[in-house]
Design a protein around this ligand. Sequence first.
Ligand code: ATP
Length: 291
Amino acid sequence: MRLENIWLRYHRRGPWVLRAADVRIDPGEVAVVLGRNGVGKSTLLQLAAGVLRPTRGRVLDRPAAVGWVPERFPADQPFTVDQYLGAMGRVAGLAGPATDRAVAHWVDRLGLTPVRGVRLPQLSKGTAQKVGLAQAMLRPPGLLVLDEPWEGLDAAARELVPAVIDEVLADGGAVLVSDHRGETVRLPAARRWAVADGAVVEESPSGTEAMAVVELVVPAARVSGTVARLRADGHHILRVRAAATPAAASIPDGVAASSAAPSGAEAGVPSLSLGDGVEPGATGPAREAAR
Ligand SMILES: Nc1ncnc2c1ncn2[C@@H]1O[C@H](COP(=O)(O)OP(=O)(O)OP(=O)(O)O)[C@@H](O)[C@H]1O
């Protein structure tokens, strides 16, 4: 499938969210869509899934069966899990018995059996997310599009997502997934599409690149924001800890990060370690720090 010269704005005189975006994905491939909050990741995924139509440009060779998992499952619907999945199976074009088999399979696979008779508004966020994943898988998708699929899932359920992705890939499907939590570290073979300033840039594979650990010191109040920004830039956070030794005056320009202990930090000021598997062309705080 190819997104060819895609331009998108939500309103006639509104700002362009995407400008001349051009990317392609082939069967059996997975691409992770990365970028800061509000940069256009969901917009790109919705265009790929066919939920949004481009203002200009076109989407070529989109597979017939598309599974779409939005960031927030629309749980405000008066159906039970069974009723909803049955209806979605029919919407996906499955015959009655095939829908029943598919619903039974995915209800079991995603641990939804105890909530089959529960109405959607009564589901917890994580369970609702699983229902969202189940509906996307009822008809084996040639393209599975997942917008922040790990959001709201507990540790055990988070493991399900890469397993489902692998299954789609093994069947020759393609997968697009956005992630600001760093969960896509579980998808080492994924291509990486970075969205910034309206453009989508494919980052080159990092598999053969040397890895480095960068240690940063930030004020405690800024830890969560810093972690979120670094993850959005595709960096992998190894740990966050309180720093106990006195602060160094500065880190000289050109000092490359290493796995050595940090030169120092103020007492009580958390320090972050992040593994940087990103290729040399990447931008972002960790890359800046490593320069
Ligand atoms: N329905 C809409 N109408 C108008 N503007 C919108 C609409 N949806 C998104 N936008 C705007 O388009 C831009 C891109 O939004 P989008 O949701 O694609 O970003 P994102 O990268 O997925 O963000 P996040 O990481 O916070 O989920 C933002 O400025 C957003 O405010």
